[in-house]
Design a protein around this ligand. Structure first.
Ligand code: AMP
Length: 274
């Protein structure tokens, strides 16, 4: 992989990297298309990274579709699929991790301790192996995007992180590889998640700045779906992720809702003039 990246660079070609865990959907494909548009050579990595999963999480049963992933990635503009083994990335004696700092302790970091440290570590390794000029990340995982930007800046990594908008199903659900865990009935319930985010945006537009009031309305809306449990609804300034008490400036509203034991993550960034 390194030799190929070096050859690309020697020839003056720009490299785009799209890190994924596979089971590709339209969200991933939008990142690949963007990279193919902006770079001469697009690498899609497919690697289910063990260090970003907790001991009781779904590492062992994470959905896999390698053959169709390759076809779809290629159609979207990928020039190469990088599919390393776990031993290749974490050989015996591996001991170095990237600590992203406090940005990784809140939100998903609080719910899944060590998760973002694992993401940061594998991303820095992928950057070092694939040598991209640009790497593409979805706003679907907004904290991950903010964290990678912060790590890249703090460690003077020589690439640009490109954030890409959330791709949704026709009914508004943020696409996710984990949707294969949800039955049709679960997917129907999940529609209330984006409804609640759109409702929050409307409230802010109408002048509401009180977070408790917005959270209460969002929770009420989500609970109309039987069995849907709100794990958190959080308001953080974008992109520092500092918690905010009032809506002002660019605010990330992010939430996790549990439907049929599946954690569904979604968010919206609102721009308030207050
Ligand atoms: P994953 O395979 O889940 O690790 O995701 C790989 C990349 O695709 C990450 O940068 C995600 O944020 C991004 N991604 C996942 N789902 C979506 C989506 N619905 N819209 C846009 N990007 C996404």
């Amino acid at each position: 992989m390194r030799k190929l990246a070096d050859t690309c660079r020697r020839k003056g070609k720009t490299i785009g990297l799209v890190p994924t865990m596979g089971a590709l959907h339209d969200g991933h494909l939008s990142l690949i298309r963007k990279s193919a548009k902006q770079n001469d050579f697009t690498i899609v990595s497919i690697f289910v990274n063990p260090t970003q999963f907790g001991p009781d999480e779904d590492f062992g049963k994470y959905p896999k579709a390698f053959k169709s992933d390759c076809d779809e990635a290629q159609t979207a503009g990928a020039d190469m699929i990088f599919h390393p083994s776990v031993d290749g990335i974490y050989p015996d004696g591996f001991q170095t991790f990237v600590d992203p700092g406090p940005i990784a302790d809140k939100l998903e970091g609080a719910a899944r301790p060590g998760h973002l440290r694992g993401v940061a570590t594998v991303c820095v390794k992928l950057f070092s192996i694939c040598k991209p000029h640009r790497a593409y990340f979805g706003q679907k995982d907004a904290q991950q995007l903010a964290m990678i930007k912060s790590v890249t800046r703090d460690l003077n990594l020589d690439l640009k992180i490109v954030g890409c908008p959330i791709v949704r199903t026709k009914t508004g659900i943020a696409m996710s590889s984990r949707h294969s865990y949800l039955a049709e009935s679960g997917l129907k319930k999940a529609v209330t998640i984006y409804d609640s985010l759109k409702h929050a945006k409307r409230l802010v537009k109408a002048g509401e700045t009180d977070i408790a009031a917005i959270r209460a309305e969002m929770t009420g809306l989500i609970k109309t779906a039987t069995g849907a449990k709100v794990e958190y609804i959080s308001f953080n300034s974008w992109a520092s992720l500092d918690e905010v008490n009032l809506i002002s400036g660019k605010v990330l509203i992010s939430l996790v809702v549990i439907i049929n034991t599946v954690r569904l993550l979604d968010n919206i960034i609102i721009h308030s003039k207050h």
